[in-house]
Write a protein that binds this ligand. Structure first.
Ligand code: PSU
Ligand code: MN
Length: 298
């Protein structure tokens, strides 16, 4: 059972562009009160481009596709669960609320018939996964549902090489947006090059059409150069963040929120501004892709 916002339902029925937005980034990835403003900003960026926003979250057990003001306030200001796909049946049966990860958001977006989704960074294979087995369900779910995920690559706190290998194994196309260098979230670059790039939204829409409904696509969109984090400072802060996580003994689903929060503090807030800007930039590119997709369908 899904609760689809009337505006989203109307867009679905009339082939109008829609972009899905996740809620874990709001509840667990960004600090209050900037998180609430970010949720509103992401939606406004879409509206300004004539695209309908569909922020997705579970409210009292029911997956909501498109949130009203009250629900947006819940995900920004209440302490709710971080929900991946495996949590959805439990939340449903218990009637509790949860913020959806990339995996759960893409899964629910696909159920609603939404094909384009914007986030900050895709989850991936964590460093040390050879021992911990910690790999985000984001990867497997994106391989299974027909949703194009626009992200600034994966956070440099992950094992990027292993993440790209897993995406290959799972047969997920990875396309650089205007670049062949795979971005690493706060930075425009990483040590990894992609085989293919798309130079505009129409090209992505054509790849989506060819991919069909068998599985998803990752569009890797680097943060604009003037908004990227300074590399030396980035490397310094990440090193101390890893030490802190190890010392605190954080594991499992708590790792990503812990590191993000620690890095915001240790960078004096600089990483937060970069995070907000890269996410907004992804939302804007997703709007263009959704528009190109609808044009191609129409
Ligand atoms: N990237 C961000 N901010 C976030 C996340 C990723 O910049 O908050 C969240 C997303 O919701 C992603 C999740 O799906 O972290 C991955 O968590 P895990 O590694 O536990 O699967
Ligand atoms: Mn994990």
């Amino acid at each position: 059972m899904l609760k689809i916002h009337p505006e989203v339902l109307n867009a679905l029925q009339n082939n109008l562009p829609i972009v899905a937005l996740e809620s874990t980034i709001i509840s667990h990835g960004l600090p209050r009160p900037r998180n609430h403003q970010a949720a509103l900003d992401f939606e406004q960026i879409l509206r300004d481009k004539g695209v309908v926003p569909a922020t997705i979250a579970v409210i009292d057990g029911i997956p909501n596709i498109g949130l009203d003001e009250v629900a947006l306030d819940v995900i920004a200001n209440q302490d709710i669960a971080k929900a991946s796909v495996r949590d959805l049946p439990i939340l449903a049966a218990k009637g509790i609320s949860g913020a959806t990860t990339v995996a759960a958001t893409a899964f629910l977006a696909a159920q609603a018939g939404i094909r384009v989704f914007a986030t900050g960074g895709l989850g991936g294979v964590h460093r040390g996964a050879q021992d911990s087995f910690d790999e985000s369900a984001d990867l497997t779910v994106v391989s299974q549902v027909p949703v194009t995920v626009v992200s600034a690559g994966v956070k440099s706190v992950l094992d990027i090489a292993a993440t790209l290998e897993r995406l290959e194994t799972l047969s997920v196309p990875v396309i650089g947006y205007g670049t062949k260098i795979f971005p690493s979230f706060w930075l425009r670059e990483s040590d990894f090059t992609l085989e293919y790039q798309a130079d505009d939204a129409n090209e992505v829409a054509l790849i989506m059409a060819a991919r069909g409904d068998q599985g998803g696509i990752v569009v890797a969109n680097p943060v604009p150069a003037h908004q990227a984090w300074e590399r030396v400072e980035h490397d310094r802060v990440l090193a101390i963040a890893f030490e802190a996580a190890a010392k605190a003994g954080v594991t499992g689903k708590a790792v990503t929120p812990f590191l993000l929060q620690y890095i915001v503090q240790a960078s004096g807030g600089v990483s937060l501004e970069v995070n907000l800007n890269l996410a907004k930039n992804n939302v804007s590119v997703a709007a263009d892709i959704a528009t190109a997709w609808c044009r191609l369908q129409g």
